[in-house]
Write a protein that binds this ligand. Structure first.
Ligand code: SF4
Length: 177
C-alpha cells in the first residue's frame, strides 16, 4: 500500500522548529514507516511534488519568495500544518514590522557595514512590507504553537493525523513553550 507523502518546509524561521522535529530521534524510524518524506530541507529534493498529503511548515511569510512558495505548497497539499510561533503568529521575524523593510535593509547592509556598504538588489528575495503568519495568506489545517513546539508534540500530532484522528493540540503545547 502506498504511504502518505510528507513534506517539511522552511520559510522565515530560525530552523529551531526543524531541529525540534529532528529531536523525535529514533521515532523518525517509526515515522518513515508511516510516510514517504518527499520534500524537506533535510532531504535532497528541490522541487515540491504535485501532491503532498501532509506538509509541516516552519516560519513566517517575509518575502515575495515565501509568499509564492506557500501559495504553491497550499495548492499541492492536502493537510497543511503551521509549525511553531513564527508560522502561527509571525513571532520573531515580525519584529521588523515596526520599522519596515527599508530601515532593516539599511541597518543590515549600510549602517553596520564597514567595507563597501551596499543594499543588494539581486539574488536575495524582495522583502514584503510586513511579515505575516501563514494563515494570513493561505488556509491552514492544523496549528502547532510553541517556540519551538516540543518533539513529543510534533510526533504526537503527526501520528494522530496519520491515524485519522484530530489531535488536541491545545493539550500538547502553548505559545512560547
Ligand atoms: Fe525558531 Fe521559535 Fe520561530 Fe520555531 S517558532 S522558527 S524555534 S523562533
Amino acid at each position: 500500500m502506498t504511504k502518505p507523502s510528507f513534506a517539511t518546509v522552511w520559510l522565515d524561521g530560525c530552523s529551531g522548529c526543524h531541529m525540534s522535529f529532528l529531536d523525535i530521534d529514533e521515532r523518525l524510524i517509526a515515522l518513515v514507516q508511516l510516510v514517504d518524506i518527499v520534500y524537506s530541507p533535510l532531504v535532497d529534493t528541490k522541487v515540491f511534488p504535485d501532491h503532498v498529503d501532509i506538509a509541516l511548515v516552519e516560519g513566517a511569510v517575509s518575502s515575495e519568495e515565501d509568499l509564492e512558495k506557500i501559495k504553491h505548497i497550499r495548492a499541492h497539499t492536502t493537510t497543511l500544518i503551521s509549525l511553531g510561533d513564527c508560522a502561527v503568529t509571525s513571532n520573531v521575524p515580525s519584529m521588523r514590522n515596526a520599522w519596515g523593510p527599508d530601515a532593516v535593509l539599511r541597518r543590515a547592509y549600510i549602517e553596520n557595514v564597514g567595507y563597501r556598504p551596499l543594499i543588494p538588489d539581486q539574488v536575495i528575495p524582495r522583502l514584503l512590507p510586513k511579515v505575516i503568519p501563514i494563515h494570513h495568506v493561505v488556509a491552514v489545517d492544523v496549528f502547532i504553537p510553541g517556540c519551538p513546539p516540543s518533539a513529543d508534540t510534533i510526533f504526537t500530532v503527526l501520528t494522530e493525523l496519520l491515524q485519522g484522528r484530530t489531535p488536541d493540540v491545545s493539550a500538547l503545547t502553548r505559545f512560547g513553550a
